[in-house]
Design a protein around this ligand. Structure first.
Ligand code: ATP
Ligand code: ZN
Length: 214
């Protein structure tokens, strides 16, 4: 029997829920401390604790067999992986936002404008699909300060509550993509017996959770 490797986020918004769902599947393992690999003692599985951005490519390339990561990160990476199951946590929306004082009401008004983002791939696809010719400024973090500094006319970023937008003098303009954490696997492993077993266990954990609150 092949020992599978599943990659989850080492620390950050997805870490706790990823560990929780695996534990609720009946898997016994030590949580991340300093070692980046933890061995599951009662299932042929090893857990790799990684930065979320690395997970899609690792799964695509077979360095990890499975992964838990946000859909936004998978699409941005352009990774060719198999989607096994949406997991119901890490929900967020990627939005274009403009300055609160802006009178932009139509997408076409973004023509010729600069948009700051750390998600250039998703944004480019969206702009292309909507025939908007804007300049994409790729920056790795704190994109919200762009418009205030005159660096960009708009931003494209993850928005959950809108509080960060507001405190930076911005308002949401267009929702582009909804995202949540998903279980993915390498394309060659979709029908692997252990992968199927894990998917079934995760699905029954999700079903139990859904009925608990009805
Ligand atoms: P890492 O150090 O692993 O690269 P990170 O800083 O890129 O971490 P987090 O902020 O922990 O990532 O977010 C991980 C994922 O959580 C995001 O890619 C997204 O799918 C999801 N998410 C849900 N809500 C939010 C939010 N409000 N802001 C950012 N990400 C969110
Ligand atoms: Zn990241």
């Amino acid at each position: 029997m092949k020992t599978l490797k599943i990659a989850i986020q080492k620390s950050g918004r997805l870490n706790e829920k990823s560990v929780e769902i695996l534990k609720n599947c009946g898997l016994t393992f030590e949580n991340y401390k300093s070692s980046l690999i933890s061995t599951v003692t009662n299932f042929p599985l090893e857990i790799l604790f990684l930065r979320d951005d690395d997970i899609p490519e690792y799964v695509q390339d077979g360095i990890a067999d499975l992964g838990i990561v946000g859909e936004n990160v998978i699409v941005e990476a352009g990774a060719d992986v198999c989607y096994l199951q949406k997991l119901g946590f890490g929900k967020c929306t990627l939005k274009i936002a403009v300055q609160s004082t802006s009178n932009i009401t139509e997408l076409a008004q973004l023509n010729g404008k600069a948009i700051a983002t750390s998600y250039p791939v998703i944004l480019e696809k969206y702009l292309k699909a909507n025939n908007v010719d804007a300049q994409i400024r790729n920056i790795s973090g704190s994109v919200e300060i762009g418009p205030g500094l005159g660096l960009s006319d708009a931003i494209f970023d993850i928005v959950s509550t809108g509080g960060t937008l507001k405190s930076n003098g911005l308002k949401p303009f267009k929702d582009v993509m909804n995202s949540e954490a998903v279980l993915i696997c390498n394309k060659e492993l979709e029908f692997n017996a252990e992968v199927r077993e894990l998917v079934q266990r995760i699905q029954s954990v999700l079903r139990a959770k859904a009925t608990k609150y009805v």
